[in-house]
Design a protein around this ligand. Structure first.
Ligand SMILES: C=C1C[C@]23C[C@@]1(O)CC[C@H]2[C@@]12CCC[C@@](C)(C(=O)O1)[C@H]2[C@@H]3C(=O)O
Ligand SMILES: O=C(O)CCC(=O)C(=O)O
Ligand SMILES: [Fe+2]
Length: 358
């Protein structure tokens, strides 16, 4: 029986004190434990790209006849892009935003009834990557995988069924979209369905699995010294992110520094994750990104984290490996990778890299 995402961290506890979460709204100034400097994160003071107005992640119209090549180019250069005409109904995007807003508005004692346990996967808490940093992040999160029924019943004793319904519909749409995006980007590399046995096209998409990460970044008294979500890459194949109408997401490019991804109403942000970087033999970049906060408006985001089934070994597509070289990475399942990441964080990719002889 393959490990489901819910079981990934069983036996790999991470102690994160969710119950110490402050009531963000009542803090007139930033506590020292939330004040970041470049000592806490080397990229904290990396420059904000002055060119961000001209150079930004592309906005791609999925109905454009050349969409596959545009996506492929964005995956190689940025590891991220935005999409319009993606087919996800606007009411559903509004529905998931409403759910997320309602959840984080609940009193902290109610949210803690659904707190993620040390070995658990789903529930309310601080970002999993918090354990790798000395300072705290100005955010709170809620992770969903499989049915949210038990947790939602604790949060909303009366209305949980309506909220479960929204999550189910949202996940269904996201699954279809993620698979479409994967095949479009692979097409740009000349890789087709026959080249990847584990991802056979079946309408139930049971070769994939996913999690939803709801994020809330409250208004912050000193945003320049705070961090919403520290820099990281996602461990996924692809992540599809919905952000409300408040900027905060930034992506990092070695040549440009931090670039803010402006919210475009109705569009979605797509990030290449570490597993897609591996599958593409390093051709697609898994993008380093972070979330900053602001003094005026709170921010919400919903990340659809998408990867293969737990028993699937991901390795570079043979077609993308030149015959006289070994693949850049050894094969790994999503479960193995999430556990490696939970222990070694941003060194996880280099730990599964095959070292080539010069
Ligand atoms: C499947 C997963 C990816 C994730 C860890 C998780 O187990 C569930 C939450 C995901 C998330 C969202 C916020 C950023 C991130 C790095 C984190 O701490 O939790 C990602 C994790 C990831 O992509 O590695
Ligand atoms: O809130 C955002 O814009 C980023 C969220 C994110 O990176 C994540 O949930 O993995
Ligand atoms: Fe992320």
């Amino acid at each position: 029986m393959p490990t489901m995402l819910t079981d990934v961290f069983r036996g790999h506890p991470i102690h994160l004190p969710h119950s110490h979460q402050p009531d963000f709204t009542s803090l007139p100034e930033l506590p020292d434990s939330y004040t970041w400097t470049s000592k806490d994160d080397p990229l904290f003071t990396a420059p904000l790209s002055p060119q961000a107005a001209v150079e930004n992640i592309p906005l791609i119209d999925l109905n454009h006849p050349d969409a596959a090549n545009q996506i492929g180019h964005a995956c190689r250069t940025w590891g991220a892009f935005q999409i319009a005409n993606h087919g996800v109904p606007l009411e559903l995007l509004q529905g998931i935003e409403f759910l997320t807003g309602s959840l984080f508005q609940l009193p902290v004692q109610r949210k803690l009834k659904a707190a993620r346990s040390d070995t658990g996967f789903a529930g309310y808490g601080v970002a999993r990557i918090s354990s790798f940093f000395n300072k705290k992040m100005w955010s709170e999160g809620f992770t969903i995988t499989g049915s949210p029924l038990n947790n939602f019943r604790k949060l909303w004793p009366k209305f949980h069924l309506n909220y479960c319904d929204i999550v189910e519909q949202y996940e269904e749409q996201m699954q279809k979209l993620a698979s479409k995006l994967m095949w479009l980007s692979l097409k740009s590399l000349g890789v087709s369905e026959g080249d990847i046995k584990w991802a056979t096209v079946s309408s139930d998409l049971n070769w994939a699995q996913s999690a939803l990460q709801l994020n809330h970044y409250p208004v912050c008294p000193e945003p320049d010294r705070a961090m919403g979500l520290a820099p990281h890459t996602d461990s996924t194949l692809l992540t599809i992110l919905y952000q409300n109408n408040t900027a905060g997401l930034q992506v990092f490019r070695d040549d440009l520094g931090w670039v803010t991804v402006p919210p475009v109403p109705g569009s979605l942000v797509v990030n290449v994750g570490d597993l897609f970087h591996i599958l593409s033999n390093g051709l697609f970049k898994s993008v380093i990104h972070r979330a900053r906060v602001n003094q005026i408006r709170s921010r919400l985001s919903v990340a659809f984290l998408w990867g293969p089934r737990s028993d699937t070994k991901i390795s570079p597509v043979p077609k993308l490996v030149s015959p006289d070289e070994s693949p850049l990475y050894r094969s790994v399942t999503w479960t193995e990778y999430l556990r490696t990441k939970a222990t070694h964080f941003n060194k996880a990719l280099s730990m599964i890299r095959n070292h080539r002889e010069e």
